[in-house]
Design a protein around this ligand. Structure first.
Ligand SMILES: NC(=O)c1ccc[n+]([C@@H]2O[C@H](COP(=O)([O-])OP(=O)(O)OC[C@H]3O[C@@H](n4cnc5c(N)ncnc54)[C@H](OP(=O)(O)O)[C@@H]3O)[C@@H](O)[C@H]2O)c1
Length: 212
């Protein structure tokens, strides 16, 4: 599959490594391709481009940028380059404020998530929330004593979840589909929960699992 990843940070690079490992073609998108020169030299099969060309390249698009910049980045990517495509939304709406007793501050509310905002402005893209509730070091084939962890996903378009499900299974996850975009109101704050042991006790090696 051709995957266009919007982003150049830790998440974009970790997921790019996973897609390459599993035989997909990858283009990373950034405002400053030069900053990825070293990474690109180590990953000769990957391409680096601007946001628009990365989105155009992808049959599947991954949004992995700073939460507050997500709408701007999607505008730079161009609605036409996103139309009809599954966009995996990894972003978290973390505010520019320090955590309080280990709890991050979000700029969204429990009545409106980041992904709903993105979906509202880019109506022809098919957003699926995924990968936001775990640190980037564990996104690809994580190894935990407790077995496969669970990735919670949601999105309005059922067909667009199929490739996400396939990728998550390749990347070693169990998937729990929480339904439509509104479920991002619950899935995004899992990032806050995931980070608390890190901020309080410097424990960053865990993931969620849904037991039934
Ligand atoms: N770090 C993790 O382990 C983790 C885990 C789960 C979810 N997330 C979420 O995943 C997303 C990416 O996280 P990250 O840690 O990899 O990197 P990040 O530092 O949150 O974001 C870096 C990316 O954001 C873009 N960006 C920043 N400010 C911008 C602006 N004003 N205009 C346009 N683009 C801007 C950068 O674009 P350029 O390339 O052009 O500089 C870069 O690609 C975030 O939303 C984060 O909350 C992170």
């Amino acid at each position: 599959m051709r995957v266009g990843i919007l982003g150049s940070g830790d998440v974009a690079r970790s997921l790019a490594g996973g897609f390459l490992k599993h035989g997909h073609d990858v283009t990373l998108g950034t405002r400053t391709p030069a900053k990825l020169a070293e990474w690109a030299a180590k990953h000769p099969k990957a391409h680096v481009a601007d946001f628009a060309d990365a989105a155009k390249f992808g049959e599947l698009v991954v949004l992995a940028v700073k939460g507050a910049a997500a709408l701007d980045v999607l505008r730079m990517a161009g609605a036409a380059n996103l139309a009809g495509k599954t966009v995996i939304d990894v972003t978290n709406p973390i505010a520019d404020a320090p955590p309080v007793n280990g709890v991050l501050k979000f700029y969204t509310s429990l009545d409106e998530s980041q992904m709903e905002r993105l979906q509202r402005e880019f109506g022809s893209a098919r957003f699926v929330k995924a990968f936001n509730s775990v640190g980037n070091a564990f996104m690809v084939n994580p190894q935990f004593k407790g077995g496969r962890p669970t990735m919670f996903i949601c999105g309005n378009d059922e067909a667009s979840k199929r490739p996400v499900l396939a990728i998550l299974e390749q990347f070693g996850w169990e998937v729990s589909d929480m339904g439509k975009a509104e479920a991002a109101r619950a899935i995004e704050p899992l990032c806050m929960l995931w980070c608390i042991p890190g901020f309080l006790r410097n424990e960053w090696a865990h993931a969620f699992k849904l037991l039934t």
